[in-house]
Design a protein around this ligand. Structure first.
Ligand code: GLU
Ligand code: MG
Length: 447
């Protein structure tokens, strides 16, 4: 065993770890886990843990189901909510086949592959996601009804409020897991909250999003609450987004998006990147806003984007350039993509976002002029005259766009691209044949 392996064994011993949760994600970003007693860790660090991948969504067929989990030692941390007698550490794993090759359907590998392409072009890719979510009371079990846990709104503060306790607990457990939380606050809708953490390279951020989702669920559960990352659980109020701040750094560590001479403090390269994401936005939506429900969020009036444009003060735009704060220096030059939501698989989302941005760089694309007005208020004539297109209105429309998109197809790879489209079409078809409560209210007695 190498030195890193021995270090992890020593850490697990010092932390009095009893179990190790070996984790990876399926096609949808759902965390999958195999738990081993700590006594088996040395063997797993040497030779990996074999598992049968045939029942994992988007993984292998029966005839090629033997797979191996290879722990990424940089991801070691103790799950702070586990009790002493069953203290559990987690390691996020890469998925290999039995020949030792990375498995083409492993979302982490897909992101790594696009990150490698960026590196060949001389860049590392940083992302800083802002994850929004709701806390609901567990009313109506076994079928939960979304009853907001509080009546707060944007930035509300109430020291005795249970929600702020839950948020603090979440922040503490994330910090204990090595995730640097920058801010937490109440969001606009009742029961809605946001956690922001410090930007990092996209692989670290994607790992953090996955971790954050279950850490939030664990903290909510301990207060008898249900945390949800469903993009639009309540009609008539804001939904939950996962706006993602992005920048490319040179391999020497300089922010390649920064240009002090530009009015938005952005470089030509940043504009190329923005133009690339705008050119692919309708197909990109299928990956970053991947559920039927995602498209109930992407409607006018709730600070979620609908129109494919960019601007600085414009929260209705798809891409926003956050105001430049001189104190933060050049590192803070970035663009914020606002269409992702927290139901996305962050590995696939960041892979597709990076690939479309790089495509803009390769093709030297220029974005249209910025739009600083509230685009929600534009009528169709105004949208047409400024040539502003819309994001897809449904998952089905987004999937049609995705199917045509060569750049995202290549980023996801043949295996995952095909399985993703198949799985999402099934999701859409299942939804399409539902008879909803809205239809019954609207038609049952009137027709
Ligand atoms: N919740 C809004 C969304 O769905 C965003 C609110 C904000 O600007 O933070 O994207
Ligand atoms: Mg927010």
């Amino acid at each position: 065993m190498d030195e890193r392996g021995r270090e992890i064994l020593a850490k697990a011993d010092a932390d009095q770890v009893r179990f190790v949760s070996l984790q990876f994600t399926d096609l949808f970003g759902t965390v999958k886990n195999v738990t081993i007693p700590v006594g088996k860790l040395a063997v797993v660090l040497q030779s990996g843990e074999n598992f049968d991948g045939s029942s994992i969504e988007g993984f292998a067929r029966i005839c090629e189901s033997d797979m191996v989990l290879r722990p990424d030692l940089d991801t070691y941390c103790v799950l702070p909510w586990t009790a002493t007698h069953e203290r559990t550490a987690r390691l996020i794993c890469d998925v290999h086949d039995t020949e030792g090759q990375p498995f083409a359907g492993d979302p982490r590998f897909i992101l790594r592959r696009v990150l490698d392409q960026a590196r060949e072009m001389g860049f590392s890719y940083n992302t800083g996601p802002e994850v929004e979510f709701f806390l609901f009371k567990m009313d109506g079990e076994p079928r939960l009804r979304p009853v907001p846990q509080d009546v707060g709104s944007y930035f509300d503060f109430s020291p005795r409020d249970l929600a702020s306790q839950v948020r603090n607990e979440i922040a503490l457990s994330l910090q204990a897991m090595g995730i640097e939380v920058e801010a937490t606050h109440h969001e606009v809708a009742p029961g809605q909250h946001e956690i922001e953490f410090r930007y990092a390279d996209a692989l670290t951020s994607a790992d953090a999003v996955v971790t954050l989702r279950y850490a939030i669920k664990a903290a909510a559960h301990s207060h008898g609450l249900c945390a949800t990352f469903m993009p639009k659980p309540l009609l008539g109020v804001n939904g939950s987004g996962m706006h993602t701040h992005q920048s490319l750094f040179t391999l020497e560590g300089r922010n390649a998006f920064f240009d002090p001479e530009d009015p938005y403090r952005l470089s030509r390269l940043a504009y190329n990147f923005i133009a690339g994401q705008m050119a692919h936005a309708r197909a990109l939506a299928a990956v970053v806003a991947p559920t039927v429900n995602s498209y109930k969020r992407l409607v006018p009036g709730y600070e979620a984007p609908v129109y494919i444009c960019w601007g600085q003060i414009n929260r209705s735009a798809l891409i926003r350039i956050p105001g430049y704060l001189p104190g933060l220096g050049e590192g803070s030059a970035r663009c914020e993509l606002r269409c992702p939501d927290p139901s996305a698989n962050p590995y696939l989302a960041f892979a597709a976002m990076l690939a479309t941005g790089l495509d803009g760089i390769r093709r030297d694309l220029t974005p249209p002029p910025p739009v600083e007005e509230n685009v929600y208020e534009f009528d169709s004539a105004e949208l047409r005259s400024q040539e502003i297109a819309s994001l897809p209105g449904t998952l089905e429309e987004a999937l049609q766009e995705l199917e045509q998109d060569q750049v995202i197809a290549e980023a996801l790879g043949e295996h995952t691209f095909r399985r993703y489209l198949e799985a999402k079409r099934l999701e859409w078809d299942e939804y399409r044949i539902q008879v909803t409560a809205w239809e019954l209210d609207r038609y049952l007695t009137t027709l």
